[in-house]
Design a protein around this ligand. Structure first.
Ligand code: AMP
Ligand code: MG
Length: 409
């Protein structure tokens, strides 16, 4: 049986040459989509020197504490004012600064005094206020220089990146097309979740689980529903999907060696190349990975185990990283956390233990509590967990206080 690392290598080798499609989407719909090119600034940001405060703009001169007010500039209402050394112009935050000015004195640092004789207004610096040359000026290009990189290709667009893309005029962004992922689950015992199971029937957990995981990974699920453990129906369903234009096929159940486990035999009959069948992980050993190639494209096929926990874990450790690799996305943050109780294992598989990751205080160390109930059928435990604790092959014992790698789920 193949190791986890070799399984990952095989998957990565297969996805390496896949060229995902691209499309333009409006910026407002681009959240969580993956950039398909580097984005460069086509102008300085800000485009002009502007005021960071409401106040007056002046030409800095050592020891000067009084100026004559000669006009005002509101944001979006620039007009050139010739501001001599003894002049000041009232200016609002974001307004363009006259060429002759280099410094802003904020409102809280001066008083405006009306002069009876001249009818003009004087700006008088407060006694305790100090001015530094160049203060409160936002320089053109200080945020971003024309031609510099805004965001790298393969960035997953987050809310914090929308403003900079907007400021750079990216009304349409080039992103990778979502992968189209066909899904079907197998099992004569399965009923839809809105049905009441009778006798030995069970509700189908995997279909909503996988559909959600695919969506959460940023792709498009296409459900073929529940399929009976019937060789012919499985064959027909597989054929229909393989002849369609989907990028990935995920099946669950029937991928082991039971008398009614037909998936592996049937995908082989359809010319799918199997790269591994079963990998040394726990939970989730019986997972098959195959590919089928057409003239210009390749379809990835993962036959996941039926057990809902095993199926979930396989998705997180194999399927999601494969999809990320296709888009060149880096693997997500995997914190190291201090174990709150000891762990033992007696085999040489890689274990993914459901656990609860916590951070005592912000910026502090992470700690993780493994759940006692690790049976692969324990769905309640998985519902409480927020991570998988990675226990490597050679490790047989971990003690309270040891540090372990955690994958967020
Ligand atoms: P299998 O991989 O088909 O041998 O299934 C392994 C276990 O997972 C069995 O107990 C099945 O009843 C259960 N199982 C299979 N498919 C599903 C599903 N879609 N939802 C919930 N449990 C399932
Ligand atoms: Mg089954």
């Amino acid at each position: 049986m193949i190791s986890y690392s070799d399984a990952r290598k095989k998957i990565e080798a297969e996805v390496a040459e896949i060229q995902p499609g691209t499309e333009h989407v409006p910026l407002g719909n681009s959240l969580e989509r993956v950039l398909a090119n580097d984005v460069f600034a086509a102008a300085d940001l800000p485009a002009f020197d502007n005021s960071a405060m409401d106040g007056v703009a002046i030409q800095f001169e050592e020891l000067r504490t009084q100026w004559t007010l000669v006009g005002e500039i509101a944001a979006g209402h620039y007009s050139e004012v010739d501001v001599r050394k003894s002049y000041a112009v009232q200016i609002m935050t974001g307004a363009k600064i006259p060429i002759s000015c280099d410094t802003i004195v904020p409102n809280e640092d001066f008083s405006l005094i009306e002069c009876d004789k001249s009818g003009g207004t004087k700006v008088i610096l407060n006694t305790n206020s100090i001015i530094k040359k160049g203060q409160f000026v936002r320089r053109a290009g200080e945020d971003l220089k024309n031609g510099s990189m805004v965001l790298k290709k393969s960035t997953v667009i987050s809310p914090s990146q929308i403003p900079v893309l907007a400021a750079c005029g990216q009304s349409q962004v080039l992103v990778y097309k979502k992968l189209r992922v066909a899904i079907f689950v197998t099992g004569d015992e399965l009923v839809e979740i809105d049905q009441v199971p009778v006798n030995d029937q069970i509700r189908c957990s995997n279909l909503p689980s996988i559909i959600t995981l695919v969506r959460a990974a940023g792709h498009e699920p296409i459900s073929y529903g529940i399929v009976k453990d019937d060789r012919h129906i499985i064959q027909q369903t597989l054929k229909k999907i393989i002849e369609s234009d989907v990028d990935v096929l995920l099946t669950t159940g029937g991928a082991s060696v039971g008398k009614f486990d037909f998936i592996n035999q049937e995908i082989e009959k359809l010319g799918v190349k199997s790269h591994f069948s079963g990998s040394a992980i726990k939970p989730g050993m019986p997972c098959t990975f195959g590919t089928v190639s057409f003239a210009s494209r390749k379809m990835l096929i993962f036959a996941l185990p039926g057990n809902p926990v095993s199926c979930f874990v396989n998705f997180r450790v194999y399927v999601a990283p494969a999809m990320q690799k296709i888009f060149g996305v880096n693997y997500p943050f995997r914190p190291r956390a201090m174990l709150c109780s000891s762990l033992k294992k007696s085999d040489s598989k890689r274990h993914f233990i459901r656990g609860l990751l916590q951070q005592e205080k912000s910026g502090g160390e992470f700690s993780v509590t493994p759940f006692n109930l690790q049976a692969s059928g324990n769905l309640w435990g998985m519902g409480q967990a927020n991570c998988l604790i990675v226990v490597e092959e050679q490790t047989t014992e971990l003690h309270k206080g040891d540090f372990v790698e955690c994958m967020l789920i």
